[in-house]
Design a protein around this ligand. Structure first.
Ligand code: KG4
Ligand code: ZN
Length: 352
């Protein structure tokens, strides 16, 4: 039997197996992460090696540095995840890897590492979309959450509103017309000279500031559930320039609070509107920006008002990790999806 035939046969067997433990690897951007997840719902181990210190000097992720660091860390992180799970590689039922979207070189290191392991051990490899991983972080946090639901996906590269109609099935409701929310936070942080990564810094600083200090425009893109953040960003930049030209010191906390309030209000407004108008049973959030403190508070308030149950991943599972990839992989595996050895990185892979 070829490797592919063995892998397909194993998946057919695993679909009926009571306990399936998947070892997942995530290398799409600047975290090298590996985790063991049982039945898509239980984290057995979860190791995240952050490269932040390597990129901080440059004010953002340097793709070449990221790829090299992934190559160096992959084996170590995988070994640690297996060890912390109290297992050996032989105990793993299947492997999973993020194959897109992300930085091509970074993705390739993970894909090749996992292709090698799967082939060497004769075990199936499940390819996972990184954004689906973010959505699945909710399954690790809330054992009762099942599709259908509406999900706001907000990360460094995405601001999407989707209907999750079933495991692995999505319908696009709306998306950003320009910048992603995380990207907007990162750019605003740069204007305030805050170090990379900017989103969490703006969030922390904003807690001390006045959200009504700056009056920023309320974006009005054409689509009912669409977003737009570039106008906000330009208005923010212009306000900062004006103050600098007048020789005024930037009131950083007030500016951070005003920017955060403007972005978060737009995110909450459209997400709750979409949930209401599509008759959603519940609303979920996913992606790095869903760690934002104001977003979590405001979304909870508005969902309570509207009587819509809200699901958010645990803060530690909002940003990139491999446990979420292991969860998504389990449901893909149940659909019989398995990679062959031609699996390649897809930097522009879409969810919908
Ligand atoms: O999901 P993620 O870890 O990586 C991508 O798949 O893009 O998201 C990273 C993004 C960055 O833009 C980061 O600044 C933003 O999420 N982020 C935040 C917060 N934590 C992370 N933005 C606002 N507030 C936060 N607390
Ligand atoms: Zn991510």
């Amino acid at each position: 039997m070829t490797y592919e035939e063995t892998a397909r046969e194993t998946v057919a067997r695993l679909k009926r197996q009571e306990k399936v433990r998947i070892l997942a690897l995530e290398t799409s951007c600047d975290e090298t992460a590996a985790a063991v997840v049982e039945n898509g719902r239980t984290i057995v181990s979860n190791v995240v090696f952050s490269q932040i210190d390597l990129h901080a000097l440059y004010g953002g992720v340097v793709p070449e540095i990221a790829s090299r660091a992934h190559v160096e860390a992959c084996d170590r992180v995988v070994d640690q995840a297996v060890k912390e799970a109290g297992m050996t590689l032989a105990d793993v039922d299947a492997f999973a890897v993020t194959y897109g979207p992300g930085l091509v070189g970074a993705l390739l290191t993970g894909v090749n590492c996992m292709k090698g392991l799967s082939y060497a051990l004769g075990k199936p490899l499940i390819p996972v979309n990184h954004i689906e991983g973010h959505v699945s972080a909710n399954y690790l946090t809330h054992s009762d959450l099942e599709p259908p639901f509406v999900c706001l996906v907000v990360s460094g590269g995405h601001s999407h509103l989707v209907q999750v109609t079933d495991y692995g099935e999505y319908r696009l409701l709306g998306q950003t017309m320009d910048d992603a929310a995380g990207e907007a936070f990162d750019k605003a942080a740069r204007v305030l000279c805050l170090p990379y990564p900017g989103g969490p810094r703006i969030d922390a600083l904003a807690e001390e500031g006045d959200p009504h200090y700056l009056t920023l425009p309320h974006p009005h893109p054409d689509g009912r559930y669409d977003y737009s953040f570039s106008g906000l960003k330009t208005a923010f930049l212009n306000a900062a320039h004006k103050m600098e030209q007048k020789g005024e010191e930037l009131p950083k906390a007030d500016m951070a609070a005003s920017f955060r309030y403007a972005v978060v209000s737009a995110l909450v407004e459209k997400a709750v509107l979409a949930a209401k108008e599509t008759g959603a049973k519940c609303l979920a959030m996913a992606g790095g920006v869903s760690a934002n403190r104001l977003l979590r508070r405001m979304m909870q308030q508005e969902c309570d008002k509207a009587g819509i149950p809200l699901y958010m991943p645990k803060i530690s599972l909002c940003t990139d990790n491999a446990a979420m990839i292991g969860s998504a992989a389990y449901y893909r595996m149940l659909r019989g999806e398995v990679a062959d050895l031609s699996l390649n990185a897809q930097p522009s892979l879409r969810l919908v």
